[in-house]
Design a protein around this ligand. Structure first.
Ligand SMILES: Cc1cc2nc3c(=O)[nH]c(=O)nc-3n(C[C@H](O)[C@H](O)[C@H](O)COP(=O)(O)OP(=O)(O)OC[C@H]3O[C@@H](n4cnc5c(N)ncnc54)[C@H](O)[C@@H]3O)c2cc1C
Ligand code: SF4
Length: 309
């Protein structure tokens, strides 16, 4: 890897100026995701813009209506924050399921929300990829999973995203022209290569806003080893006001998936059917496709039992 410069802006404005004046740059938060991409030569930036000195991205603030979390807050810090623990135990559970304690000390909330999509045929060493042949997301012209030239199905694996989908979170983005506030749901594309929207290449995710409201939440994550491994399926669910529900699923499609409804209008089979239709799951994970699809039903069964109590 030959990076030409490693830049450390002190403010979001400085970072955006650096982004404008340096071609082929990469934002670096905790680096726990992208360092692996750099090592495996999956990305080759000329400049790295490290966001870690920007104090304004590290605040957690709360009022009666919401909690705002700076994007550079570490996963470890949100797990230890009393307000988040009290009002959003789901976020703490999701954060604590990510990586290992050492990774969580460095990994940030923003980096997790924007973690790169994964695929068993792509997240491999340079030599491995050369041996098997490249793919659409790299320099090849065929997907190694579907053997077609149509579409990349790499998976979004952010555990926090599943939780934030069901908590109806908003995100704030700063870019060259404006500040943008949008639902977290609108941050993602169902596309395994171009998986984020509204960042316009230089956009910086600055804050996550969580509305405080009552409800009961549930979280479950499937992975090979309960420490270290990425999600093969993550489900976060919330039931609130008059039996409304929001379910966030991840690890099983190119973007996180949201299912909403009211428990008086749809039964468990209906919810399972919606989940099956919404997830574009292909065989690109350590766990077999059939098993992962079946586990969506198994987890939804478990959630259903939990809300009958
Ligand atoms: C062994 C191991 C296990 C892991 N397990 C999990 C897991 O179980 N679940 C999971 O979800 N992830 C997992 N990860 C991936 C990663 O560690 C986490 O997703 C982490 O939260 C990423 O945060 P980061 O700050 O390190 O992001 P970085 O690696 O610094 O950045 C990730 C991406 O986000 C972009 N980015 C970061 N912050 C911003 C911002 N504020 N604005 C704009 N762009 C930004 C970067 O340019 C980069 O493309 C694992 C990683 C490893 C190495
Ligand atoms: S889904 Fe296909 S195109 Fe996308 S990363 Fe995997 S092998 Fe490559």
């Amino acid at each position: 890897m030959s990076v030409k410069s490693y830049l450390k802006p002190q403010s979001v404005t400085d970072a955006l100026i650096m982004a404008k004046t340096h071609a082929n740059y990469l934002y670096f938060a905790g680096g726990t995701d992208i360092q692996v991409y750099l090592k495996q030569q999956l990305i080759k930036p000329d400049h790295i813009i490290d966001l870690s000195d920007i104090g304004e991205l590290q605040n957690i603030a709360s009022n009666d209506e919401n909690i705002s979390i700076g994007s550079m807050t570490t996963l470890d810090a949100i797990s230890k924050n009393n307000s988040i623990y009290k009002d959003f135990p789901l976020i703490v559970e999701a954060a604590q399921s990510i990586g290992t304690p050492v990774i969580r000390k460095t990994a940030t909330v923003g980096g997790n929300i924007l973690v790169n999509n994964r695929c068993n045929f792509y997240n491999q060493s340079f030599g491995w990829r050369q041996a098997i042949g490249s793919c659409l997301r790299d320099v090849g012209d065929l997907c190694q999973v579907t053997k077609t030239s149509g579409k990349c199905f790499s998976r979004n694996v952010s555990d926090l995203a599943a939780a934030l989908f069901c908590l109806d979170a908003k995100v704030i983005i700063s870019n060259q022209n404006e500040g943008l506030e949008l639902s977290i749901v609108d941050l993602y594309n169902q596309d395994g290569i171009d998986f984020h929207k509204h960042l316009d290449h230089d956009g910086i995710l600055t804050k996550i806003i969580l509305p405080i409201d009552a409800g009961s939440t549930w979280f479950k994550k499937l992975r090979i080893r309960n420490t270290l491994d990425f999600s093969s399926l993550t489900i976060a669910a919330k039931v609130y006001d008059n039996r409304n529900f929001r379910i966030g699923l991840n690890g099983v499609s190119m973007s996180p998936v949201l299912i909403t409804g009211n428990l008086d209008m749809i039964d468990l089979e209906g919810i399972k059917s919606l989940a099956r239709k919404s997830c574009k799951t292909v065989d690109n994970d350590m766990m077999p496709l059939k098993y992962r699809r079946e586990m969506i039903d198994v987890y939804l069964d478990q959630w259903w039992v939990s809300i009958q109590k």
